[in-house]
Ligand binder design. Structure first.
Ligand code: ZN
Ligand code: ZN
Length: 331
């Protein structure tokens, strides 16, 4: 899960980030990207310099550039919070990640000004008028590459009004977390097994085509296979299969091919371990050929799910139909 935080000055974004950090979130800030850029150029990170540098980077590299930089820093498999999202294009970039949610944090202007005064940071405005004038520049403007806080906050999936105390804020953050957790997306079973098959295909040693199959029963994998020359023989890619290395058109001279097919290997792997495939489903990255069709039927496999079509003769389809084996293509 990835949370982006957008909010006006002293709205409490930092406290929201702290609450999430305590809960195990990895912390990033688009402002830190600007600070790093300023440090590289030896410039003091005052509020004005930060705004200017942020706008300069967005102009030079695109309005979503700061978000693109931060994406590369994410660790895999854990939750992230990205503070200081200030441009709609940054939101668009972050939404390319699965399970991204934008939280807008807001509070009444008097409350925010009071927080700012108590913080007492050098360079902060000392009157509420000065505070509002400084804020004006961050909220909206004609320049799409500049800070566009109002437009950004409008894209929020969640809005937290932080007008009272930390206890109320903590409760609100926990509610948002629970709701987002209930919306987490994950692949369907079909996608899950097909994606696994696609990873297995990368291990194929065939010079001509990389195919893999995963055999599944009760949503559990019981066998896998990828195409290539038989175990203990020279790999296809190293010259083990002269037919595959001769650039023959697809489907021709199949009788001379010494590569085993992925479906064939998933069935023989099950035989190797003495596992029955009766009533299972086979996920194959390609539609099976006639030879594999026969083996699938006789192994007792009841369903074939494939990704890419193969120039399959009508006879194979007819065999599946007659044998009562279901076939499905998934996108
Ligand atoms: Zn081959
Ligand atoms: Zn085959």
């Amino acid at each position: 899960m990835i949370f982006g935080l957008a909010g006006k000055n002293a709205s409490g974004k930092g406290t929201v980030a702290e609450i999430l950090k305590t809960g195990g979130f990895e912390y990033f800030s688009l402002s830190d990207e600007i600070r790093l850029a300023l440090a590289e150029r030896g410039i003091e990170p005052t509020r004005d310099a930060m705004t200017e540098e942020g706008n300069r980077i967005r102009h030079a590299e695109g309005a979503g550039a700061l978000a693109t930089r931060v994406l590369h820093r994410f660790s895999q498999g854990i939750n992230q919070v990205v503070d200081s999202v200030r441009n709609p294009e940054e939101v668009r970039v972050l939404r390319t990640c699965q399970n991204f949610f934008l939280i807008s944090v807001d509070a009444p202007v008097e409350v925010r000004f009071e927080r700012l005064r108590q913080r007492g940071r050098a360079g902060d405005p000392v009157t509420i008028e000065g505070f509002l004038t400084a804020e004006e520049r961050e909220l909206a403007g004609g320049d799409p590459a500049a800070q566009q806080l109002i437009a950004t906050m409008k894209l929020a999936d969640y809005t937290i009004n932080n007008g009272t105390d930390v206890e109320a804020l903590t409760a609100a953050v926990k509610n948002v977390f629970r709701d987002a957790a209930s919306k987490l997306e994950r692949p369907s079973w079909d996608e899950y097994f097909m994606q696994i098959a696609e990873v297995i295909a990368t291990r194929s040693n065939c010079a001509k085509r990389r195919v893999a199959a995963v055999v599944v029963k009760d949503c559990r994998i019981i066998s896998t296979g990828y195409n290539g020359t038989p175990r203990g023989t020279t790999n296809c890619s190293s010259g083990g299969c002269p037919r595959c290395l001769s650039l023959v058109p697809s489907g021709e001279a199949l009788g001379e091919c010494v590569c085993s097919h992925a479906e064939e290997n998933s069935i023989t792997q099950a035989a190797y371990h003495g596992v029955s495939l009766k009533g299972s489903s086979i996920y194959s990255t390609f539609m099976p050929c006639v030879m594999c069709t026969k083996m699938i039927i006789n192994a007792g496999i009841s369903e074939v799910v494939y990704r890419s079509a193969y120039p399959l003769p009508a006879s194979a389809r007819d065999l599946f139909r007659q044998a009562g084996v279901l076939t499905r293509q998934i996108g």
